[in-house]
Ligand binder design. Structure first.
Ligand code: CA
Length: 222
């Protein structure tokens, strides 16, 4: 899943970015409101972490602009202020959640997981597809109870395919949600990673689960 951080305090931005990358998220960062707006309009982010006090354009305006433009992914507001009025304004502008600085990184992660789950009844820390099980807390993947040893990128790719199980995902979608803005579209790195995953998923007696859809992309079907 790919996240945009819009935060002008470099230290905080770097801290969040590093932590999220360790959790296998693809992460881009914008240091002012206008850059944030441009990046959010150009890239299909799965979630935006948005500071309120920003140069260029403040977070409330940016949030309202994105919502007016049809941006549908979750937005989490971040601010040093802890005023009820600001929280109300943020939620009214279209934010889904709110976190006051300073915050514990674990809380940020838990809120992100909650915002990214599709059905509220589903526990936010695991994903399932047939005999495939992903633990989003430990980043461990299991097939029929057997643990698969995956690299961080392989896990992120498998997580994206599993979240979209039953639907075709194109290489563009994969590059946009699993890799960050530095992804080189001229390479075949996605196919290479798909092959790594297949080898690990289908070793032993594992049935084929990642299918190629000719001319379109891939589909994970349990
Ligand atoms: Ca700020």
């Amino acid at each position: 899943m790919r996240i945009l951080i819009v935060e002008d305090e470099k230290k905080i931005s770097e801290f969040i970015k590093r932590g999220l990358k360790e959790e296998n998220y693809a992460v881009d960062a914008a240091l002012d409101g206008l850059e944030g707006l441009r990046m959010a309009e150009e890239n299909p982010y799965d979630l935006i972490i948005l500071d309120i006090m920003l140069p260029g354009m403040d977070g409330l305006t940016l949030c309202a602009r994105l919502r007016a433009g049809g941006f549908g992914a979750p937005i989490m507001m971040l601010t040093a202020k802890d005023l009820v009025e600001d929280k109300v304004k943020g939620l009214d502008a279209g934010a889904n959640d709110y976190l006051t600085k300073p915050f514990a990184f674990e809380e940020l992660l838990a809120r992100i997981r909650a915002l990214l789950r599709k059905t509220p009844a589903q526990p936010s820390t695991t994903l399932e597809a047939g005999d495939l099980n992903l633990d989003l807390l430990t980043h461990k993947a299991f097939r029929a109870g057997r643990e698969l040893i995956l690299s961080a990128k392989e896990f992120a790719l498998l997580e994206y395919l599993t979240r979209n199980q039953g639907a075709i995902v194109t290489r563009t979608m994969i590059s946009e949600h699993v890799w960050d803005i530095n992804f080189d579209t001229a390479t075949n790195v996605i196919d290479v990673y798909i092959n790594y995953l297949r080898r690990k998923l289908e070793s032993g007696r594992g049935k084929k689960i990642i299918h190629t859809v000719r001319g379109k992309g891939y589909i994970l079907k349990p």
